[in-house]
Design a protein around this ligand. Sequence first.
Ligand SMILES: C[S@@+](CC[C@H](N)C(=O)[O-])C[C@H]1O[C@@H](n2cnc3c(N)ncnc32)[C@H](O)[C@@H]1O
Length: 427
Amino acid sequence: MADTRSTQGFEDTATHVNVKEYYGKVLKKTVDLKTNACVTPSSPVPLHIRQALKMVHPEVSDKYYGCGLVVPESLQGCRVLDLGSGSGRDCYMLSQLVGEEGYVTGIDMTEDQLEVARTYVDYHMKEFGYKKPNVSFVQGYIEALKEAGIEDGSCDIIISNCVVNLSPDKRRVLEEAFRVLKDGGELYFSDVYSSGRLTEELKRHQVLWGECISGALWWEDLLQLARAVGFSAPRLVTAKPVTVDNSELQSILGDFRFVSATYRLFKVPAGARTPALVTYEGTVTGLEESFTLDTRYTFKVTEAVPVDGEVAEILSRSRLSDAFTVQRGAPAPPGAAAPRTDVVNPFELSQRKENAVPGPATGGCSAFAARDWPPPPPVPGHPGRHGFARSGAPVRRQNPKRSGAKRVPMHESRRPSAGMRAHSSCL
Ligand SMILES: C[S@@+](CC[C@H](N)C(=O)[O-])C[C@H]1O[C@@H](n2cnc3c(N)ncnc32)[C@H](O)[C@@H]1O
């Protein structure tokens, strides 16, 4: 067994040791995985993200083990932290989307993964034409960000891709994420969730844990945990079923089902909140017509939409505030739908998406291309994985509030001319 104590004073549990072994020594490439916890995209990956992914060095991409596409909107100039950054694929993709003024830090506990990630910093900076690196990789634990030197309130956005399930202390991970986020900051992450609370026996299965299955949270527990830590209610972005194409592992799992889901959690003040009418300004480049916050809310440009107090807080306190007009306490327009506060079940969502005709798999974490849909049958021992993605958008946007541009009255078109758009920083 490897060392049980990290250099930073955080004590490894047996789980950490096993996971390090799995991602450091056992797995060599994406195709070595025994389950398809990573699934095919149901919607095309936007061009700018595909282009950013193409720029990533093949050795980095070959060791990609994520289960979603973690690209929130409005990234320009942001400080991003990637929990469990692995070989660094997402960091190098986001390094391009935050731009030279932004910064991406990847944290991972497994030296072998970090070594691959660090090897290609100079290569990528040269490819991106950056004068100085805007990405770095830190050895550390996602349960102990302080020990890794991540300061309170230092991050605009935290992303994570198929990692939280691997932690034996998920509450601590969320607490640490909450601590290091700025007020209004966001945790935007993809992970695997189960249909019920998993048994202790399942949690002891090392391969299933390493494969991101038996460490999965029951999705309803995520809702409780996020609230207990102080985050806004988790907002579901997308979900796809995870299948375990290995009969032996499948029989161990019994009736439990799994889903890969992307959630966004915001750090906004809790407490009394006033509902509001919000209007999307159409200022996020690439999203001029509409902006999708989650499965419940897609805001069409210039349309005033009634939202509950929490959504009003998110849209007025996060980096998204530049793109929205929020009128607290304003009456809903006649015929407008009431604010949606229902909880969306990721299993139901993933089933609805599965029943729909699949869209082309346009890259992302996919080991398969569109022509491979439906995915080929598993090869014994190497069932493979499929990519899955959610669209995001680039972040050049114009901020009429800060730029001094004339405000456009409600209900009039807010679509700015291309010339009015400017980079804005959330540093
Ligand atoms: C499934 S891989 C995902 C890697 C990366 N996000 C990607 O998409 O390729 C999980 C990664 O999380 C790291 N990891 C797991 N648990 C961790 C923990 N408690 N602290 C830090 N890193 C952890 C592992 O070392 C591994 O590199």
